[in-house]
Write a protein that binds this ligand. Structure first.
Ligand SMILES: Cc1cc2nc3c(=O)[nH]c(=O)nc-3n(C[C@H](O)[C@H](O)[C@H](O)COP(=O)(O)O)c2cc1C
Length: 173
């Protein structure tokens, strides 16, 4: 698991090979295994494979172009009525699980930001006919990777870890 976490990188180019439905199901199962405040589980998802829809999603901002090439795009939604305080954190935890589960299956994926830009959310809402009661956290583009990116071998940043009190180094013995 620790190796897998470091292997996960944002992959933005994909082959034309379709993603098996069972693989998509496994991603969604992982997403819904995420922790959730008070176990409210506010998340919902839209699985998008139709090319015109993905093309439209690719146009919502400068860094969403991957949605056109990725054979599958998952929209991560949440119901703020289920948890007004924590829907963002819950949906983000589900998204991270999606990315890790994609890596585990040899798939490439990338988080495409939607929240908190109202114009991006409005665009996704219109394209995917998302009801007003739901919020849109992000999109996740998924496909078989057509690029390789190295695992993060040394992500640890000493200066970002404090011991006992802020500003004192935490030293591993
Ligand atoms: C909240 C969030 C929003 C992001 N939005 C985008 C995005 O809109 N487009 C994109 O190409 N990558 C996006 N990313 C991916 C980051 O650019 C990427 O995680 C970062 O550059 C580190 O690279 P890595 O994922 O390969 O470790 C986003 C990541 C996060 C956590």
């Amino acid at each position: 698991m620790l190796e897998l976490i470091k292997q996960r990188r944002s992959i933005r180019r994909y082959t034309a090979e379709p993603v098996e439905e069972s693989a998509v199901g496994a991603l969604l199962e992982a997403a819904m295994a995420a922790p959730s405040a008070n176990n409210r589980r506010p998340w919902e998802f839209v699985v998008v494979t139709e090319a015109p829809l993905r093309q439209a999603l690719a146009g919502i901002h400068r860094w969403s172009y991957m949605c056109a090439q990725a054979p599958v795009v998952l929209a991560v939604l949440a119901d703020p009525d289920a948890d007004p305080d924590h829907w963002v954190e819950d949906a983000a935890a589900a998204t991270q699980n999606l990315l890790l589960a994609a890596t585990a299956q040899g798939l490439g994926s990338v988080w495409v930001a939607v929240h908190p830009r109202p114009e991006r959310e409005a665009a996704v809402r219109r394209i995917l006919q998302v009801p007003d009661r739901l919020r849109v956290l992000c999109l996740v583009a998924v496909g078989h990777p057509a690029e390789t990116r190295p695992a993060r071998r040394n992500p640890y940043e000493v200066a970002k870890v404090h011991g006992e009190r802020y500003g004192r180094p935490w030293v591993q013995s």
